[in-house]
Write a protein that binds this ligand. Structure first.
Ligand code: NDP
Length: 334
């Protein structure tokens, strides 16, 4: 089958691409520039290069941004939409964040409805637990049955902007399906904080994706005297598990219309530092001092990912494996 994967240059997308290719799919990625597309392809093993092509979509917030890309690939079977901003250096919350998240999501759905309405069976949306978490009214146990709320004021606040962008984007996607009744269906994947090996095509650790920064900062010695506070999120999931969930959700008929929360376990920055200390004696001089305190909260909420285990067959990697493989890749030992 053929899969159209948006945001092909991203951290999570790079693992989705790897797993799609090892499952035998042909993949078309959308990227912001030809240079990024060429970078992705040249980092692939020789025998897989022919199975990947790219389309340039400079800005997903623009109207009809995906039209040409989908027109040229009207025989695709599935779409996985991962392109969405995830960083903290933006000026205008609407222009730089909410618009690409929401218009990017409705835009890909609309282009598929217009130009590949019968071939595409399903769109898998990379959403987030940001759409599930509901501060400050945390329930005891989180699962995909819970929908976080946000206000427009919070959306514009800077600190609440990322969360709002994901809430609005996921809502817009399910609303689209309800109102437009396309022949394809939708599945939402909702991971918590994702760690793991960065993409092979990453030009350097300066270009590392946001969620891996804390591991990089510990390894580089930036947390020697003081560990950066962990919160508010103390749940992590391995990027390879996130990628696997996308592919299983894409293939499983019963996943239609569902939402899946993904969590590998609890973590704190201190626990990450302790794992690195144990595994990498040569990094000792750089790591946070062992006596620094753990900020894992006393009455933290719990989570229930039994649906992902039952329906998608997920078996989650633990923090140690995740951190080890991430650090190996970052310091060039993988
Ligand atoms: P990355 O920053 O690595 O990937 C984001 C991707 O989106 C990049 O390919 C980026 O392109 C693309 N993108 C962003 N804005 C635009 C735009 N306006 N036009 C075109 N492309 C754009 O992040 P992740 O892989 O970590 O995250 C991917 C998705 O996963 C996001 O939707 C995020 O919300 C979600 N997620 C991530 C979690 C995490 O902890 N990492 C947790 C839960 C959800 P470029 O690189 O060229 O800028």
């Amino acid at each position: 089958g053929k899969v159209f994967l948006t945001g092909g240059s991203g951290f999570i997308a790079s693992h989705i691409l790897d797993q799609l290719l090892s499952s035998g799919y042909q993949v078309i990625v959308s990227v912001r520039s030809a240079a990024k597309g060429d970078g992705i392809i040249s980092a692939l093993p020789e025998e897989l290069k022919a199975n990947v092509s790219y389309e340039v979509v400079e800005d997903i917030a623009e109207e009809n941004a995906f039209d040409e890309a989908i027109k040229g690939n009207s025989s695709i079977d599935y779409v996985i939409h991962t392109a969405s901003p995830y960083h903290f250096n933006f000026e205008n919350p609407v222009r730089d964040f909410i618009d690409p998240a929401v218009k990017g999501t409705t835009g890909i759905l609309l282009s598929v409805k217009k130009y590949a309405p019968t071939s595409v069976k399903r769109v898998v949306l990379l959403s987030s637990t940001a759409t599930i978490m509901n501060p400050p009214n945390h329930p005891e146990v989180y699962s995909e049955q819970i929908y976080g709320e946000t206000t427009w004021e919070q959306a514009l606040s800077g600190t609440g902007t990322y969360r709002a962008s994901k809430i609005y984007a996921e809502r817009a996607a399910f609303d689209f399906i309800e109102k437009e009744k396309p022949s394809f269906d939708l599945v939402s994947i909702n991971p918590c904080l994702v760690f793991g090996p960065p993409p092979r095509h990453l030009p350097g650790l300066d270009a590392l994706n946001t969620s891996n920064h804390r591991i990089r900062d510990i390894v580089l010695g930036n947390n020697r005297a003081e560990i950066t506070p962990t919160g508010p999120m103390f749940l992590f999931v391995d990027v390879r598990d996130v990628a696997e969930a996308h592919i299983r959700a894409m293939e499983l008929p019963e996943a239609s219309g569902q939402r899946f929360m993904l969590v590998g376990g609890f973590f704190s920055n201190k626990r990450i530092a302790d794992i690195i200390r144990e595994l990498y004696p040569k990094l000792h001089d750089k790591l946070p001092l062992p006596e620094l305190p753990d900020d894992f909260p006393e009455n933290y909420y719990s989570y229930d990912v039994s649906k992902s285990k039952r329906m998608l067959g997920m078996e989650y990697k633990d923090l140690r494996t995740c951190v080890k493989d991430a650090v190996d890749a970052m310091i060039g030992e993988s």
